[in-house]
Design a protein around this ligand. Structure first.
Ligand code: 5AD
Length: 372
């Protein structure tokens, strides 16, 4: 039996008038009610975004990072990581391979650096990938999403001018107390929020996201995260479970707990479903971290309202060195194997694969059309 509270919360989603209490009720609903929430999210996905799953080839081009986030395996303070930065040719080749596969879009991701050498490398890769990926199949070239952290407005403008059109910057959590607990004092929530505003003003389609299951995080925090996504008018959401990494201050405190892991996986899937119900027409990624929690984690994400998947396109030679969390899957599979595996998984769900398409979110397309 559905509770009355849940019934009203689902109705509020349908009418577009969701408030904090509704979001919290959906997040905290029992497993029994979870089925209705999942089915509702799938229905909203199909209605607003269609059944196509969008691929973005993921190129993790450098693990050098100036940040020292307490949860992240590639934090500056982790001396056990072998650092790498791919050369321009290798980055461009990896992205062009994605375009040839029909991925339509790539994500260039790296640790955060703000020096001119890094900015120039990123900028020149974007420019060259754009130029060399133009073809009859992709007249505008491959779509490029950047995920290279907090930068100045000027840098964002340079990346946009070079041809990147989407940018992902996770907020990690919107709770000021929790943010302060998991980051060193020189990293601030305010500056992240300002970056999200700068990115939008620069012209990017903007995505953000949070980690789920952080120590001390509450359902109320997560409800506020979803309302923040809506308030900031985000186009894309990428979020996943927090997974301890032993070489980090936060990971050291956490004991292995299979029961807890299961709870965090369920909560992550619930977050995807509720985000879909509240935001409706955005793109939501079924992140790799979901698969680190469960072999079918990404399929589960797709069934809870996600519509984006990021197949690995990072050269195998460096992939092991890019591990923000432990147990990251797809470490040794070739890029071709990663493609084949995901294609099969998606077909198995009865969903279609989108090819040769940037796959912008319906939300971004509506916003851009409103302006014209
Ligand atoms: N568990 C899950 N996700 C993590 N990330 C970093 N460390 C972890 C972790 N231990 C995510 C963060 C970051 C992205 C690069 O990876 O959300 O933005």
């Amino acid at each position: 039996m559905r509770s009355e509270k849940l019934h009203f919360a689902l109705q509020a989603c349908e009418e577009g008038g969701v408030d904090f209490d509704d979001v919290a009720a959906l997040l905290m609903a029992t497993d029994e009610d979870g089925g209705a929430i999942r089915a509702g999210a799938e229905e909203v996905l199909l209605r607003y975004c269609g059944s196509k799953v969008r691929f973005r080839g993921l190129v993790e081009f450098s693990n050098v990072c100036r940040c020292d986030c307490f949860y992240c395996g590639i934090r500056a303070g982790n001396r056990e990581v072998q650092r790498y930065t791919l050369g321009r040719e290798e980055i461009v080749e990896a992205a062009l391979w994605c375009a040839e596969q029909g991925y339509g879009s790539v994500v260039l991701q790296s640790g955060e650096r703000r020096d001119e050498e890094f900015i120039r490398l990123t900028e020149s890769c974007v420019r060259e990938i754009k130029e060399r990926s133009r073809s009859a199949r992709l007249p505008r070239g491959v779509g490029i999403t950047l995920c290279v952290g907090e930068q100045t407005r000027e840098t964002y403008a340079r990346f946009f001018a070079a041809g990147a059109h989407r940018y992902l910057l996770r907020i990690e959590t919107t709770s000021p107390e929790l943010f302060a607990k998991i980051h060193p004092p020189r990293q601030s929530l305010e500056s992240r929020i300002q970056c999200l505003r700068d990115l939008r003003e620069t012209g990017f389609q903007v995505g953000t996201g949070v980690m789920i299951g952080l120590p001390g995080q509450t359902a109320a925090d997560l409800a506020r995260d979803i309302l923040f996504f809506r308030e900031m008018d985000m186009d894309m959401i990428g979020m996943g479970p927090f997974i301890a990494h032993r070489q980090t201050p936060l990971g050291k405190q956490i004991k292995d707990d299979p029961e807890g892991k299961r709870r965090i996986l369920d909560l992550s899937l619930r977050m995807i479903a509720v985000t879909r119900l509240v935001l409706r027409d955005v793109n939501i990624a079924a992140t790799t971290a979901l698969q680190a929690m469960h072999p079918l984690g990404r399929e589960m994400g797709l069934r809870h309202g996600a519509n984006v998947i990021m197949p690995q396109a990072t050269p195998v030679r460096v992939r092991r060195n890019y591990q923000p969390y432990e147990g990251k899957p797809c470490m040794d599979e070739s890029v071709t194997q990663c493609r084949g595996c995901l294609v099969e998984r998606i077909k198995g769900l009865g969903r279609e694969l989108s090819a040769d398409d940037w796959g912008d979110s319906a939300h971004a397309i509506c916003r851009i059309n409103r302006k014209i």
